[in-house]
Design a protein around this ligand. Sequence first.
Ligand code: ADP
Length: 454
Amino acid sequence: MTSVDVLVIGGGGGGYPGAFRLSKAGYSVMMVDPKGVLGGNCLYSGCVPSKTVREMCLLAARARRFLRIEPPNSFFREVQKHKDEVQEIRFEQHREEIEENGTEYVKGEVQVKGPRNYLVKTEDKELEVSARYAVIATGTEVERPPIPGAELAITSDDIFSYRPSIVDLPDELVIVGGGYIAFEVASMLNALGTKVHVLVRSDRALREVDKRLVDMFLAALDKEIDVKFNAPTLAIEKRGSRVAAIYSSGSTKNEVSGQHVLVATGRRPVVPKGLEAVLQLNRGFVPTNDGMETAIPGLFATGDVTGKSTYFHAAVRESLVAAHNIMAGGTMIDYMNLRDIPVAIFTFPPMAYVGITPELASKIGIRLLEVSYPLKRDVMAQVYDERVGEVRIFVDRDNMRVVGGWVLGEDAPDVINEIALAAQSGLNLKDLAEFAGQHPVPFEDISYAARSAL
Ligand code: ADP
C-alpha cells in the first residue's frame, strides 16, 4: 500500500495546475492519467490542435484574399503534421513542468475502492494507494448520437487527435450538430475549400450563447456553408465511397452526403470505475460545491467531469480552487466564480462573451445599459477587411458596474479577456472609458465603446 497526501485522477486542465501547486507546497502528490502525457483532451484532441488548424486556415484565407495564392493540395496534410508537432512541443513542455514541480506522474488508470482507497492500474502492475485527499479530474469524451449508422460517422477526435486518422482534406463534409464544435469545424474546412453542410436539429444553433450574438454571427457566416435548421438526422448510411446523413425536413426525408459525416452532438462525463459505489452522480457528472468538494469530505472534483463548464481555463481555475482548499485542510477558503469566465468560439468570424448578457439579464431581472463599438470602425478590421462584428459591453444600470460583454470579430477571443477582467474586478464604465487602450489594436474598441456613453 502506497500512501500519498493527494491523488489527482486525470492530467488535464482540471488536474495538473492544482497538482503542481500542491507539490510545490510540500504535499506528496500522485497524478495519474492513461495518456502518459499531460494536457488532457484539450491538448490531445481539443483546444490546442483545433486552434492550430484554425490559425492555418485563417492564414490560407488571408493569403487567398490578399496574395491571391491558393493553398497547395498538400496543405491540409502539412497542417496536420504541424498540429502534431505543436502537440509534441507542449507534451515535452509539460514533462519539464512535472520535473520542475516534483509531482509523481503515473501512466495508468485509477479505480475507486473506497472514499480514501484507490487502485492505480498501469501497463504492468496494480498499485493500492491510500490518499488523504483526491481530485477527480477525468473530463468527458465524445458521445455519438443514438441513431442508426452513428458508428459510420467520424468525430472531432478523427481530425484533431494527436496523430489523427483524417489527414486529407475532404472535398465535401456533412456535420451533424449545432454546437460550437460543429460550427468551428465547418468554418475551418470551408476556409480551405471543403463544401460543408451543417444539420442543426432545431431552429437554434449555439444554444448556450445569447441569441442576439448568434444571429449576428449567422448573418456573418460564409454563405458557402450550407446550414439546415430544423433538420434532425435520422440515420447515417454508406453510399459507395461516400457517407450520407438522412434527415427530416418538415414531413419529408432528405439526405445529404460527403466523404465523411462528422457527428458533433455532445460529450459525456468519464468517471473512474467504482466511483458510483461511493458517491451519487448527477446524470453521470460529479456534483460539487463552489469550493469543488464533493459530498465526501476530502474528495474533490474539477473540470468537465463536474458538468459546470466545458472550458479548459475554467478547469484550470477549479483545479487551483481545489488545491487551495486542500492546503487549508479541507476548509473552503476559495470558491469558483463561473460567471466571469470568458468563453470563445473559434468560428470564422469568432465570437466571445462573458458574464451577464441581455438574455440572462432579462431572466434574472437586471437592467442593463449597453455600449458598443462597430468593427467596421476598427483599424485592424479595416486592415484585414473583416468588418462584420462589434464589441459590446453590458453595465448594470443601478451601479454602472461592468457585468458582461461580447465581441464578434477576428480578435474576439483576445478582446473578451479585458472585459472579463473588468467584470471580475468590479470596474465601472468610467474606468473603461478613462483607460488609454493601446492603439492600433482591437482592445482600444473597449474604451471607445465605453466613451460612447459618456
Ligand atoms: P479537464 O479539462 O476537465 O481536466 P480533460 O478531458 O481535458 O478534462 O482531461 C481528463 C483526463 O483524465 C484525460 O486526459 C483522461 O485520459 C484522464 N482520465 C480519464 N479517466 C481516468 C482514470 N480513471 N484514471 C486516470 N485518468 C483518467
